[in-house]
Design a protein around this ligand. Structure first.
Ligand SMILES: NC(=O)c1ccc[n+]([C@@H]2O[C@H](COP(=O)([O-])OP(=O)(O)OC[C@H]3O[C@@H](n4cnc5c(N)ncnc54)[C@H](OP(=O)(O)O)[C@@H]3O)[C@@H](O)[C@H]2O)c1
Length: 281
């Protein structure tokens, strides 16, 4: 499994990680087995959130990490309605208890809400000083929100922006991705398979993925993941609820695509027009 420097942190993190939204619905034993198999295969970047299953996903992750906490880069998220100065600290402590750990490797604001960003960031810094989180970041932030976070925290504090990114949703490429790269912020692709909307084998895009996969003795999903990882700032966190799916996803970690193959995928899944409301960079 390839690893990369995660934004401004000094941590090398697996390019393919594991999401956990709805993972508890697979049943606890299957979910734990999937996560543990994924860790065995190097998918040690684990993403969860207090929101997922109202804490149930964090409990599953806690069980999967028993005896293995040191192997993983563990990320959780605070809900915006909890992200006041004191609320962020309390939410983090609840997450730590469910995860049965004393620290998160990265703690994210799940999306921008009503609580002032200054208060959330001040709480993140207090948690960092206390050793309860080792770094912090954001999720679903557009460029104006990212600018605001950087203005408040200063350069080099924001570890990552976790954003929607898959073959049929490439909007971040217009402004968010370039901004993050300019400021050394890791970009974590969530829903990298389109949250269940993966291109079907009969679509033109699906056929392109299949042809490239066949040439590499790989699968279309592995090819799709590798395309999303084609820049050094990028990470992806597919969610799998079975060991078999986890094994397939981990296979993307060693796959390499040629420039020509990347161009074919780029043409089959064009990024779409630049949204008008985003500032020009
Ligand atoms: N920050 C945010 O706002 C935000 C929003 C959405 C998601 N996320 C994070 O990103 C993670 C991933 O996104 P997602 O869960 O929305 O969707 P996703 O990873 O794009 O897709 C998950 C779906 O793909 C299936 N799948 C996974 N591996 C497969 C394989 N090898 N073969 C066939 N099917 C496979 C899963 O089925 P099985 O479950 O049956 O394996 C599930 O139905 C989430 O779990 C969460 O941690 C963050």
């Amino acid at each position: 499994m390839e690893r990369r420097r995660f934004g401004p942190t000094r941590r090398e993190v697996s390019v393919v990680g594991q999401g956990t939204w709805f993972i508890e619905r697979a049943g606890r034993a299957a979910a734990v087995a999937a996560l543990r198999r994924g860790i065995d295969l190097g998918m040690t970047h684990i993403d969860t959130a207090e929101m997922y299953g109202d804490g149930a996903a964090e409990e599953v992750v806690g069980e999967a990490l028993a005896g293995r906490r040191g192997e993983v880069f563990l990320v959780s998220k605070v809900l915006p309605q909890n992200a006041s100065g004191s609320g962020t600290v309390l939410a983090c402590e609840r997450s730590l208890a469910r995860l049965q750990t004393d620290r998160l490797d990265c703690y994210l604001l799940h999306w921008r809400g009503e609580n002032p960003l200054e208060d959330t960031i001040a709480a993140f810094e207090r948690l960092r000083a206390a050793g309860k989180i080792l770094s912090w970041g954001v999720s679903n932030f557009d460029v104006p929100d990212l600018e605001e976070a950087r203005r408040i925290a200063g350069e080099g504090r924001l570890a990552c922006n976790q954003v929607l990114y898959h073959l049929k949703e490439r909007a971040i490429e217009h402004a968010v991705l370039p901004w993050c790269e300019r400021h050394s912020v890791a970009v974590v692709a969530y829903s990298p398979f389109g949250h269940g909307e993966f291109p079907g084998p009969r679509t033109r895009g699906g056929q392109v993925l299949r042809e490239i996969a066949t040439a590499h003795h790989a699968t279309p999903r592995q090819v799709a993941l590798r395309f999303l990882l084609r820049r050094p700032s990028l990470f992806a966190i597919p969610k799998a609820s079975s060991p078999e799916h986890a094994e397939e996803n981990a296979g993307a970690g060693a796959l390499r695509l040629t420039a020509e193959e990347l161009a074919l995928i780029d043409a089959a899944f064009p990024p779409g027009p630049r949204p008008r409301e985003l500032p020009t960079l």
